[in-house]
Design a protein around this ligand. Structure first.
Ligand code: ATP
Ligand code: MG
Length: 417
């Protein structure tokens, strides 16, 4: 532990779009898969839940391998009502509205693009196809004809927009045409929904689009070992917190349990905890975790908390079956649950108070799947359920506590106002 202590905001950066080299956790297999796909002959598709690190992943990989790229934002395409217009914006224009894309361009090492190409634009409307060529030409001249990637980030914002998705398909097909392919442009599509590839495969020209796109494995949360490395880097190395290895290990386990390893959540939680540690003259105490949990819950899980609260029984009796079910849900890491799985978990957690049969469990599960804000949703054609939002799992893990002796499940009282 040498050097000066860094500032908390330089260490934990929950929403930073720039990759923080000091805190980046290497994801070897995903990184390898991505670079191989980018260098391969197909376009690539990167997906995973929001906050899991898709954007950091491609930025890191592109910078490591010196791949030039520009980021077209699908949300902007949605506003412009045209993908080509968004591509044109990030490749050719550099007006003030395009600052963020422009800075992405600079970051990727491409020279700033001139405006000469725009000189005649006011005189007549360039046809969309010409606009696309114009965009690629401009990109290519700035990268000395090196291959270049156009990233379509946040594809979830246009996924339900038939016109834009269909335009995207058309462009992907056009890219095979030698008039376009000569520019060495490749697409990386990035977004939350995992049905995108399915969409491309069933889109109007199935053989064409689906076959041109390769899917990278899902970007999920970090593993416990990676969360441990993250905590070491952040607390011990950069913030120079006085915390021994054993305590750090326990802390990392706690952080993993409640954040599920979601990188954005890790940063949020650790940022909050760091302030508590700073207020205690940089001395860490395990007793700080309760307050850290509560602060974090207030920031991002308030709504989930109040929904769950309504589902929990008011009385804290052992027979509070509903509480047992919800507590058990918090202990299960399976993606899907059903009456049997929950029953087994209850038997394990409540050996002295588990009921003889699974009766009642199904009722609780189905109740959790009802209402305006359901916690669970039914999996089609099966008796299983999944959580509607992983934040419910984070929340259950923070708010419910089981007394090991009496096996009573209690809700931790948090004041959310
Ligand atoms: N490999 C990583 N190591 C450490 N922190 C990471 C890593 N990847 C992401 N993060 C953290 O998580 C945050 C969210 O990551 P990122 O923006 O890449 O997620 P995303 O999957 O693109 O989310 P969205 O779908 O909302 O765009 C980052 O701002 C950063 O703080
Ligand atoms: Mg992103």
């Amino acid at each position: 532990m040498f050097g000066k202590r860094k500032s908390i905001n330089d260490v934990f950066t929950p929403r930073s779009s720039d990759v923080n080299k000091n805190m980046y956790i290497v994801r070897e297999s995903l990184e390898k898969e991505l670079i191989r796909s980018i260098r391969g002959s197909m376009h690539s598709f990167l997906f995973g839940e929001s906050g899991n690190g898709k954007s950091w992943l491609y930025k890191r990989v592109f910078s490591e391998h010196e791949i030039d790229y520009v980021v077209a934002n699908c949300a902007s395409a949605s506003i412009k009502k045209s993908i080509v217009d968004e591509i044109y914006s990030v490749c050719v224009k550099n007006g003030s509205v395009q600052k963020s894309s422009y800075s992405e361009t600079k970051k990727a090492g491409i020279k700033a693009v001139g405006t000469a190409e725009l000189a005649h634009q006011g005189n007549y409307e360039i046809k969309q196809e010409d606009k696309l060529i114009e965009s690629f030409k401009s990109l290519s001249s700035n990268t000395n004809s090196k291959p270049v990637v156009i990233v379509f980030d946040n594809v979830e914002t246009i996924f339900k927009n038939e016109d834009l998705m269909s335009e995207l398909c058309d462009i992907i097909i056009l890219l095979d045409d030698s008039r376009y392919s000569q520019y060495n442009v490749k697409f990386l599509i990035v977004g939350v929904p995992n049905q995108v590839l399915e969409y491309f495969s069933s889109a109007k020209n199935p053989a064409s689009v689906g076959n041109r796109i390769e899917e990278i494995s899902r970007v999920a949360g970090l593993f416990p070992g990676q969360v441990q490395t993250f905590s070491e880097k952040g607390f011990q190395d950069l913030l120079r917190v006085n915390i021994g290895d054993t305590q750090l290990k326990r802390l990392a386990q706690h952080i993993f349990d409640i954040t599920l390893g979601v990188p954005q959540r890790l940063h949020e939680y650790c940022e909050g905890l760091s302030y508590l540690i700073e207020d205690n003259r940089w001395e860490y105490k395990p007793s700080m975790l309760d307050l850290a949990d509560q602060n974090w819950l207030k920031k991002g899980l308030r709504e989930n908390y109040s929904v769950l609260e309504k589902h929990l029984n008011a009385d804290e009796t052992v027979s509070g079956r509903r509480n047992q079910v919800i507590y058990a849900l918090g202990k299960i890491s399976n993606h899907q649950v059903n009456t049997t799985i929950v029953g087994e978990q209850i038997a394990k957690e409540f050996p002295n108070n588990a009921p003889e049969s699974n009766s009642g469990i199904g009722q609780v599960l189905s109740h959790l799947a009802k209402g305006e804000k359901p916690v669970l949703k039914k999996v089609a054609h099966s008796k299983s359920y999944t959580l509607t939002d992983p934040r419910y799992l984070m929340c259950i893990r923070i708010m419910l506590h089981k007394d090991d002796e009496t096996e009573i499940v209690r809700k931790k009282m948090f004041k959310l106002n």
